[in-house]
Structure formats: C-alpha cells, structure tokens
Design a protein. Structure first.
Length: 354
C-alpha cells in the first residue's frame, strides 16, 4: 500500500494560469477584441471631433468678420487614415476686401498621429481683391501642391507648390513660378511669427517686368515678425494699429538673383506714419554696374545719379577670393519713398495705396 505522504516532488502538478495553450489563445483573443473596440471607438470619436473643430473654426472666423461656406464636408477612410474632403470652399472677408474660392480641399490625418494633418487643393483657386494696392481677380493654378500643418514650434504651416500660373482679369499678363516652398511658423512674444520662403524661376508678366528683365532666378528669405501680433487684414486702420505698436519685420536672410543683379543681405522693415515702407539693410551686391545701366535706360533714375553711383560703387567693389564678378558690401535704406545705396539717393519708391 502506497503511503500518501510519501510523494516525490516530480509527481506534484502545479496548476498555474496561462500554462495551458488554450487559455493563452483565449486571453490573446480577448485582448485583440478589446483593442479593436477601443480603436473603433477612438476612430469615430476622432472623426466627430474633426467635424466639430472645423465648425468651431468656421464660427470663430465669423466672429472675426470672415464668412466661410462649403458645399460639402466628408470625413471617411475607416479603418485607416481619416480622409477629409471639403467641396466648393468660399471665404469672404468684406471688411478686408477679399474673397477666396477653392473648388476642393483634401486632407489626411493618422489616428495615431493627430498633431499633424496635410493634403492638397483641387481645381484652380479664385481670389478677388477688392481693397488695397492689388485690386484684381486672380486665378491660381498649379501642376501639384501640398500643404501640411503641425504643432511643432507652437504651430507650423508648410506649403509646396510647383508650376504655379497666376492670371488676372485685367490682362496684366501671366505670372509663372516653377517652384515655391513656404513655412509659416506661429510665434509669441517677442517673435510673433516667422516665414521661410524659397522661390525658384519666376517669370514676371510683361506689364509688370522690372528693368532687370522678366526672370527672377531665385528668392530665399527668412523673416520674423516682432513688436506685435500680425494685423487681421491689410487695411489702413489695421496696419496703423500694427505700426503704432512698434511692430516690424526682421529680415534675417534675403537672397535674390534677378537678371544681372545679385543681392545677399539682412535688415529691418516697418511702416511709417503714412503706411509707406521704411527699412535699413546691410547687403552684399553683385552685378550693380549692369543693374544701374538698366535703371538708367528704364528712366527710373537720372543718368547723372546713375553714373555717379557707378563710379563710387565701382571704386569700392572687390573681386571675391577665388574669382568671380565684383561685389560690394553696402548699406541700403528705404525712407520717405526713396531708395538709397550707401550715401547715394538712387530712386523713388512708388507709393502704396492701402
């Protein structure tokens, strides 16, 4: 007869949870089902929140005087990315004097990365400017475009356009841009906003060509808004309040190649009491001799002033290390509607009628 108290350890069987294959699969199944339920609830909650936030954005703009209408708004894409599509979007700001119509706006958002959203515009955009110095109706078309928004650095908007074509109703000609990249960064005290801009291969309309020709090879700029939040619109009252707060634009970088003229500098711009631009820059300039000849030929500066400027600047110009065209480091200022290079008043700046 076997003694029940005399049992070897190997004969003892311990019942532990999850040691059974069947139990493991059951547990895994429960976890998967719970994850699916949570994800489905999250996806549809997020879709509803997107719709709600768009409506809040529309209401906030209406309180600020801008009316926003859209023919249709869809949020779809379950169970993957949220696909947001708005048709026939119209934004009207009567006080500021402009109206924008976009046939369609598409956007996508990942449910697992809700701090980023991006998409593109469809169809030609129609912009009507009824106030300010650029009164006209503009049609903007692109071969491809993308936009994106995220919360980096307090809020950032990125725009990438290719083969931009801008036409207008008053036959001012066609403006073409091969490539435009812009990054707009929202800020706070003391820098209220920033703009990084890269533009390549601009073809100017015939009626708006400068003395330096129809092509601007590139523009690189880094601007920062200081002294006050940006104005709500480009109207005289709003701009006056903005200027009275001591606001200005710090130009951290400005590089332009336009025809024979090359400019690389930085400085500060603001508005005077008559809402005309004033500024002071430190710039490195190349091609200044040919540029002055072109300004003389266009009748924008007097021959005597141009020749005097060529003589002075030519004496100060230096050939850079490694060779190349002469360049000169000079201060450039804009004040009282007069552009001056160093001590030489060069040309009058046209008045801006806001």
């Amino acid at each position: 007869m076997t003694d029940p108290n005399n049992i070897t350890p190997d004969a003892i069987i311990f019942k532990r949870p999850f040691t059974s294959s069947r139990r493991r699969w059951k547990t895994l199944g429960v976890v998967i089902i719970m994850a699916i339920v949570i994800y489905v609830a999250w996806w549809f909650w997020l879709a509803g929140t997107v719709r709600e936030q768009i409506n809040v954005w529309i209401d906030n703009n209406r309180m600020d005087g801008r009316d926003i209408q859209m023919a249709r708004l869809d949020v779809s894409g379950f169970p993957g990315l949220l696909d947001i599509h708005a048709e026939d979007v119209q934004i009207v700001d009567t006080a500021a004097g402009w109206r924008l119509r976009v046939p369609g706006i598409t956007a996508t958002m990942a449910p697992w990365k809700i701090d980023e959203i991006g998409g593109n515009f469809t169809g030609p955009m129609n912009l009507v400017v009824a106030k300010g110095p650029a009164l006209n109706t503009y049609i903007v078309q692109t071969s491809s475009n993308t936009w994106a928004m995220d919360r980096d650095q307090g809020g950032r908007v990125r725009l990438d356009l290719e083969d931009v074509v801008v036409t207008s109703n008053n036959d001012m000609g066609v403006l073409k841009v091969a490539d435009l990249k812009a990054v707009l960064i929202r800020g706070s005290v003391p820098i209220y906003g920033g703009l990084n801009l890269k533009v390549r291969d601009i073809t100017l309309p015939e009626q708006a060509q400068s003395p330096f020709g129809s092509n601007v090879k590139n523009i690189d700029a880094h601007l920062e808004l200081i002294g006050g939040a940006p104005p709500g619109s480009l109207t005289a009252p709003e701009l006056t309040q903005w200027a009275n707060r001591g606001a200005a634009v710090e130009v951290r970088l400005l590089r332009i190649i336009h025809g024979t003229l090359g400019l690389d500098g930085d400085g500060t711009m603001a508005l005077d009491g008559r809402l005309q631009p004033v500024g002071a820059f430190s710039a490195r300039v190349t091609g200044y001799d040919a540029a002055l000849n072109q300004l003389i030929q266009a009748g924008l500066i007097r021959s005597s002033d141009g020749n005097m400027a060529k003589m002075i600047l030519g004496a100060l110009g230096k050939v850079p290390e490694g060779g190349g065209p002469k360049q000169i480091d000079v201060p450039i200022s804009v004040q009282d509607q007069r552009l001056s290079v160093g001590p030489i008043p060069l040309m009058r700046v046209p008045e801006i009628l806001w």
